[in-house]
Structure formats: structure tokens, C-alpha cells
Design a protein around this ligand. Structure first.
Ligand code: SF4
Ligand code: SF4
Length: 105
């Protein structure tokens, strides 16, 4: 069932190509982007612990089940490695690598 949810989260191609507003403003654009399905999160914080670039931190927000949610505190540092997704026991988060437009595209 969770795998089906994961398939629905595949971001639009334009979104992957263009990146987020925060990344556009940054002088060093992020190489990746992280997506969180907040309703599935159980607040275990594995994603925070295993993110190699400290993109995530547990925040004060709660989902509808009352679990604390991770916040994306440093989106410009995401490299899309998907370590967060690999360690999440609930398929509630994943990272993707962003495609960069080459000159002339
Ligand atoms: S690893 Fe998954 S369930 Fe745990 S806090 Fe992160 S997103 Fe939520
Ligand atoms: S995709 Fe990698 S760098 Fe980005 S938040 Fe997840 S673990 Fe951190």
C-alpha cells in the first residue's frame, strides 16, 4: 500500500528541472529536493538522523495523528541522495536529484 503512495509522489518534470524558490534564490543551487508525505509520518526522526547534509530537523508541527513532523530547514543543502527515504519506516519521505538545464537548452 505504501509503495502505491510513493508512486503518486513522483514530482512533475518541471518541478524537478526548475527547483524550489529557495533554491533559485541561493547562490549555490540545491542538487536535490526532499518531499514529505506528512500524513504518513510517525515522527521517529530517522530521516533527520541519517540525512548526511543536515537538511532536516524535527520541528514543532504535528500531523493529524499527533506525531511531530520533520522540517526542511536547509533545502539548499539537499543533494537528493534519498537516504531519508531509505531509512523512513513509513515511506513518508523521499529525495530526488534535480536536473539542471545545460547551456543552450
Ligand atoms: S523517518 Fe519517516 S516517519 Fe520518521 S520522522 Fe522521518 S518522515 Fe517521519
Ligand atoms: S535526499 Fe538526502 S540530502 Fe536530501 S533530505 Fe534526504 S537524506 Fe538529506
Amino acid at each position: 500500500m505504501n509503495i502505491i503512495f510513493t508512486l503518486f509522489w513522483i514530482p512533475k518534470q518541471e518541478e524537478i528541472r526548475m527547483g524550489t524558490e529557495a533554491e533559485k534564490e541561493s547562490s549555490t543551487p540545491a542538487k536535490g529536493k526532499v518531499y514529505i508525505k506528512e500524513d504518513l509520518c510517525k515522527g521517529c526522526s530517522f530521516c533527520v538522523v541519517f540525512c548526511p547534509t543536515d537538511v532536516l530537523a524535527m520541528g514543532g508541527r504535528l500531523n493529524y495523528k499527533g506525531y511531530h513532523l520533520p522540517d526542511v530547514v536547509a533545502p539548499e543543502q539537499c543533494n537528493g541522495c534519498d537516504m531519508c527515504g531509505l531509512y523512513c519506516p513509513d515511506f513518508a519521505i523521499f529525495g530526488v536529484r534535480l536536473k539542471r538545464k545545460k547551456k543552450g537548452e
